[in-house]
Design a binder for this molecule. Structure first.
Ligand SMILES: NC(=O)c1ccc[n+]([C@@H]2O[C@H](COP(=O)([O-])OP(=O)(O)OC[C@H]3O[C@@H](n4cnc5c(N)ncnc54)[C@H](OP(=O)(O)O)[C@@H]3O)[C@@H](O)[C@H]2O)c1
Length: 496
C-alpha cells in the first residue's frame, strides 16, 4: 500500500521540522511503532536511515526515499555501519517476540551494544520509547525489561529522551487487536482480579506526534516524559467501551481464577496474537501503568485524546481498508530471514499442481487471487481452512485469526491467515509461505501463464518434509489437495 497524505498522523503537529540535523536513524523500523514513524519523518523532509535485520525489496519499496541499512543489534560490528554519521537515533528495538524466557537478556544486550556503538560513532541524541510502570512496585518481566533498557541507554554519555507509554490504541496495534477480537468472539468474559488494574492507553496519533515533536524540540533532550491518553481506565472498562462501540452485548463475570498461562492460551485462540506474546503482555496487566513523571510536554506536540476517540480512529482506518501495519504481522520474529522457496538447494520433492484454462483477463484473475483469506475467506471449503487454523492455534502456532491487513491489496511480508506473502509479481505470481506448525516447510503458489487468448491459472503446493512425519503428513493431506485446489481454481475464475 502506498503512503498518502490522508494517512499522515503529524499533519497538525505544531513543532517546526529541523532539517539541518542530518541523518536520523530509525531502529525497529519493521516493527509496529517504527513502521509508522518512518513515513512521518520522511514526509517532514528528514534524511532518514532505516535499520532492519534483513533488507528486502518490500522495505526499499515501502520507503524509497529512505536509506536502508542492515544491522542486528546483537552483533556490535554491524551497528557501527548503521550509526556512522547519525545525528539522532530512535531506539525502538524490542525482542518480545522471542518469548518470555529470552527477551529480557536479548533486550539488555542489544541496548548495551547500541549505546557503545552510538558513543563511538558520535551520535548526538537517542530517543527511546519504553513503557510506563511504577519502579517502586514489583513490575512484570516485560515492564521491568523496558525500564532496564532505558537505564542501559541512559548510562552512557549521549543524552537520551525517554518516552514512557502504556498500551497503544491504533489500527493494527496489539492491544487494539486483542481487545477487538475478544469482543467480537467471546459472548462471556470471565474476568480475573487484574481486570481492575488501571491503565492510561495512548492513541497512535498522539504517540507519533510526540515521537516526532521531541526530535524538533532540542530542550526535550535528556528528559523523561510519561505520555498517555486523556483517561485512566481499567481493562474491564476498556472491554465495555469496545463492546458498546461494536454494539455487542456481553456478560461480564468476575472470577478468582488468575493463571496468566491459561488466560493467555485461551486469549491467543481468539486473537491474532500468539500465546507466548499474549502471556508476556498479560503479565503486565497486574501493574498499574499511569503517567507519573513531573516533566510535561508542550501542547504543540502533545494532545491526548479519549480512549473512545482512539478506538473510533482505528476502526475508521479498518473500514477504509487503510491499515498501514499490524503488530501481529511481526510474528514469528525475524520472519524476513526465513528460508525462501528459491533459496532451497533443489526444488522440493513433494509438489502437487492443479490448473484451469480461463477466458478471463489476467488482471482480473490476479485481482481475485489477491483477495484470498480476506472477507470471503478461501472462496471454498472455508470450514477446512478454519479447522486447520484452529488446530494450529491449539498447537500454539500462528493460527488463522491473523486474517489480513488489507482485504484488497497485498504486499511482500503481508500475512494471509497462516501464510505470509513471499513473492508477488503483478498479474503473474503470488507465492505464500506457510507459517503454521508443520513437519516441514511449505509454500502455496498461484501463477498465471498466457496461452494464446486464454490464461492458464495454476495453484501449486510445495512441501519439503523435515523427516518421515513430514512425508506421512503430505500423503495424508494429498487427497484433500485435489478437492480443495480444483474448487479454489474454479472459484477464482468465477469471481474474476
Ligand atoms: N506496541 C505497543 O503497544 C507499545 C506500547 C508502549 C510502548 N511500546 C514500546 O515501543 C517500542 C517499539 O515497540 P513495537 O511495538 O513497535 O515493537 P515491535 O513491533 O515488536 O518491533 C520490534 C522491532 O525491533 C526489531 N528488533 C528486535 N530485535 C532486534 C535486533 N536484535 N536488532 C535489530 N532490530 C531488532 C524488530 O525487527 P525484526 O522485524 O527484524 O524482528 C522490530 O522491528 C518498544 O520499546 C515498546 O516497549 C510499544
Amino acid at each position: 500500500m502506498k503512503w498518502n497524505g490522508d494517512e499522515l498522523l503529524c499533519l497538525n503537529l505544531l513543532t517546526e521540522p529541523k532539517l539541518g540535523l542530518g541523518t536520523i536513524l530509525v531502529t525497529g523500523a519493521t516493527g509496529y511503532v517504527g513502521g509508522r514513524l518512518v513515513p512521518e519523518l520522511l514526509e517532514r523532509g528528514y534524511k532518514v536511515r532505516v535499520m532492519a535485520r534483513a533488507s528486502s525489496n518490500e522495505i526499499e519499496g515501502r520507503w524509497p526515499k529512505a536509506e536502508i541499512v542492515v544491522a542486528d543489534a546483537l552483533k556490535p560490528e554491524q551497528l557501527k555501519t548503521a550509526l556512522k554519521g547519525v545525528h539522532t537515533a530512535y531506539y525502538l528495538i524490542h525482542s518480545l517476540l522471542l518469548g518470555p524466557k529470552k527477551f529480557e537478556v536479548a533486550d539488555i544486550r542489544a541496548a548495551n551494544n547500541f549505546r557503545e556503538a552510538a558513543e563511538e560513532c558520535g551520535v548526538k541524541r537517542i530517543i527511546y520509547l519504553g513503557a510506563l510502570g511504577d519502579v517502586q512496585t514489583t513490575l512484570s518481566p516485560h515492564l521491568r525489561s523496558r525500564i532496564q533498557v532505558a537505564e542501559t541507554l541512559q548510562s552512557g554519555k549521549i543524552p537520551v529522551t525517554i518516552l514512557r507509554a502504556a498500551i497503544i490504541i491504533g489500527s493494527g496495534s496489539a492491544s487494539y487487536e486483542i481487545l477487538k477480537s475478544l469482543v467480537m468472539k467471546s459472548p462471556v468474559f470471565l474476568l480475573p482480579y487484574w481486570a481492575k488494574t488501571k491503565c492510561q492507553p495512548i492513541s497512535m496519533r498522539t504517540l507519533i506526534n510526540v515521537l516526532v515533536g521531541v526530535l524538533e524540540k532540542e530542550e526535550t533532550s535528556g528528559n523523561v516524559y510519561d505520555v498517555g491518553g486523556m483517561e485512566i481506565l481499567t481493562y474491564e472498562e476498556m472491554l465495555k467501551i469496545m463492546s458498546k462501540l461494536l454494539n455487542k452485548k456481553k456478560i461480564f463475570i468476575h472470577t478468582f481464577f488468575k493463571s496468566f498461562k491459561i488466560y493467555s492460551y485461551i486469549i491467543s485462540l481468539q486473537t491474532p496474537v500468539s500465546a507466548p506474546v499474549v502471556k508476556s503482555l498479560m503479565q503486565s496487566c497486574k501493574n498499574d501503568v499511569l503517567c507519573q513523571s513531573v516533566n510535561t510536554l508542550p501542547s504543540s506536540m502533545y494532545r491526548p485524546i479519549t480512549f473512545k476517540e482512539a478506538l473510533l480512529r482505528a476502526m475508521s482506518r479498518e473500514e477504509l481498508d487503510a491499515v498501514y501495519s499490524r503488530w501481529s504481522d511481526e510474528y514469528p520474529r525475524a520472519h524476513e530471514l526465513a528460508l525462501k522457496l528459491h533459496e532451497l538447494k533443489k526444488p522440493p520433492y513433494y509438489i502437487s499442481s492443479y490448473s484451469l484454462l480461463s477466458l478471463k483477463k489476467k488482471e482480473s484473475l490476479f485481482k481475485s487471487i489477491c483477495k484470498i483469506g480476506g472477507d470471503e475467506g478461501w472462496f471454498n471449503s472455508n470450514w477446512l481452512w478454519r479447522l486447520r487454523g484452529i488446530l494450529d492455534s491449539i498447537l500454539m502456532g500462528v493460527g488463522a485469526s491473523r486474517g489480513r491487513r488489507s482485504s484488497n491489496a497485498l504486499r511482500i511480508y503481508d500475512v494471509v491467515g497462516f501464510f505470509r506473502v513471499e513473492d508477488i509479481i503483478a498479474n503473474k505470481r503470488l507465492l505464500l509461505r506457510a507459517e503454521m506448525k508443520l513437519p516441514g516447510k511449505a509454500w502455496l503458489e498461484f501463477r498465471i501463464n498466457e496461452e494464446g487468448v486464454k490464461n492458464k491459472l495454476f495453484v501449486t503446493a510445495y512441501f519439503e518434509p523435515y523427516n518421515w512425519t513430514g512425508k506421512a503428513y503430505w500423503y495424508n493431506f494429498l487427497p484433500f489437495h485435489y478437492f480443495i485446489f480444483t474448487n479454489l481454481l474454479k472459484q477464482i475464475d468465477k469471481r474474476s
